[in-house]
Write a protein that binds this ligand. Structure first.
Ligand code: TXA
Ligand code: MG
Length: 337
C-alpha cells in the first residue's frame, strides 16, 4: 500500500532518496500541481513513469532541478533571451525548453533534442530535490487524460500500489501546471500557458508569442512544438460543455439552452440561481478558479450527472491558462455567444 509522508524528517528523506535511487517513483508536491517523479538519469526508472501513468511514449517529461545553477549540467543555455527568462522566472511555475545535453536519456525527452527544465519554488519540492541529489523527471501526478492532481486525497487511490510513497504538501497553491516556453528565433513562444503569463514575459523580453495550438484542437498526426498538445487532458468521466460570453444574459441563455435534468453547472457565484441538478462554485477570481478547478472536475464525477456545463473565462492573463485546460477538459465541446 502507498505510504503518505507528512513531514520531511531526515529519516523520511533517506527513505525517499533510496526509493529514487532504486528506480522507484515518488509523488511530491510543487507550487503548480503534484508530480510523479523518477531519477531523470536512469532510463529504467523513467520508463516506469510512462507505464504507471499510461502515458504516450512520444510525450516528453519535464526535468526538475533543485536550483538554476544546475541547469548547465543537463542543458545548453544558448542565448540571452533564455538566460533572462531563467534569471526572471526561476525558481517558479515556469518550464523552459532548452537543447539537451547527452546525459539526459532520450526516454525523458521522447527522442527530441530538447529538454523541459523546471526549478520549483515550493519548499518541500526543493528539499526533496536537494536531498536526492539527482534531477527528477516528473509529469503531473494523474493517470493520463485525467485532471492533474492538486491534493493527495484526489490521487492516492489512482496510484495505490503503483507508488510506494507520496509526500503530502497540502493543496497545490496554483493548481495549474507550469507555463512551458521555448525560445524560437530569440522570441519566447508559449507552448502551454500557466501562472506566468504572456504579459509577464513581455514585461522582461518585450515580445512573447503564444502557440496557435493553445486553444485549438490538434490533429493526431500533425507536427506540433509540444507533444502534450496532442492528447485529451484534464477530463472528468462525465461529458462536459464549456460556455463563454462576455455578456451575462448571453451566458445565461447559452447555459439554459443546453442543460437537461441532470446537468451540473460549474462556475462562479453569479450562476448560482439558475435552476439545475447541481451548482458547484469554482471560485470568483482567476486565482481561485485555477486553484480549485482540477479538484472540482474530479468531484463532479461523484454526482452521476449527464453533463457538466463549465463557465469559461476571458482568454487573457491567467485566463488563457484556464481556458487552455478547460477547452481540453471539454474535448473541444465549446460554445461562445
Ligand atoms: O507544473 C508542471 O509543469 C508539472 C509539475 C509536476 O512540474 N508538470 C507537468 O508535466 O505538467 P506534464 O508531463 O504533465 O506536462 C509537460 C508538458 C507536456 O505538454 C509536454 O509535451 C511538454 O511539457 N514538454 C516537455 N518536454 C518538452 C520538450 N522537450 N519540447 C516540447 N514540449 C515539451
Ligand atoms: Mg500532465
Amino acid at each position: 500500500m502507498t505510504k503518505i509522508i507528512k513531514e520531511l524528517t531526515n529519516s523520511n528523506l533517506e527513505i525517499l532518496k533510496s526509493e529514487i535511487l532504486n528506480q522507484n517513483l515518488v509523488i511530491f508536491p510543487t507550487e503548480t500541481v503534484y508530480g510523479i517523479g523518477a531519477n531523470a538519469l536512469d532510463k529504467i526508472a523513467v520508463e516506469k513513469i510512462f507505464k504507471v501513468k499510461t502515458r504516450a511514449i512520444n510525450n516528453p517529461l519535464i526535468v526538475h532541478l533543485k536550483d538554476k545553477a544546475e541547469i548547465s549540467k543537463y542543458a545548453y543555455i544558448e542565448n540571452e533571451v533564455e538566460q533572462k527568462l531563467i534569471d526572471t522566472f526561476m525558481p517558479g511555475p515556469f518550464t523552459l525548453i532548452l537543447k539537451k545535453q547527452p546525459n539526459i536519456p532520450s526516454s525523458v525527452t521522447a527522442n527530441l533534442d530538447t529538454v523541459g527544465i523546471r526549478v520549483p519554488i515550493n519548499k518541500i519540492a526543493h528539499e526533496f530535490l536537494k536531498f536526492v541529489e539527482v534531477p527528477i523527471a516528473a509529469p503531473s501526478a494523474n493517470i493520463s487524460s485525467r485532471p492533474s492532481g492538486t491534493k493527495v486525497s484526489d490521487i492516492k487511490d489512482e496510484f495505490n500500489y503503483l507508488v510506494n510513497y507520496i509526500i503530502d504538501g497540502g493543496e497545490s497553491e496554483i493548481g495549474l501546471e507550469s507555463t512551458v516556453v521555448k525560445v524560437v528565433d530569440n522570441t519566447p513562444l508559449i507552448l502551454r500557458p500557466g501562472f506566468i503569463t504572456k504579459e509577464d514575459i513581455e514585461k522582461v523580453i518585450g515580445k512573447c508569442l503564444v502557440s496557435e495550438h493553445v486553444l485549438k484542437e490538434v490533429k493526431k498526426d500533425s507536427q506540433v512544438e509540444s507533444p502534450g498538445m496532442l492528447y485529451r487532458h484534464y477530463a472528468p468521466k462525465t461529458k462536459c460543455l464549456l460556455v463563454y460570453s462576455a455578456s451575462f444574459p448571453n451566458l445565461k441563455k447559452l447555459i439554459i439552452e443546453n442543460l437537461d435534468s441532470k446537468t451540473i453547472i460549474l462556475g462562479s457565484d453569479k450562476l448560482k440561481d439558475i435552476p439545475c441538478y447541481k451548482f458547484i462554485n469554482y471560485g470568483n477570481t482567476l486565482l481561485e478558479i485555477s486553484h480549485n478547478i482540477f479538484h472540482l472536475l474530479r468531484q463532479c464525477d461523484k454526482y452521476n450527472a449527464n453533463l457538466i456545463i463549465i463557465e469559461g473565462v476571458k482568454k487573457e492573463g491567467l485566463g488563457l491558462a484556464i481556458m487552455n485546460r478547460l477547452i481540453r477538459t471539454s474535448n473541444f465541446n465549446y460554445k461562445e455567444l
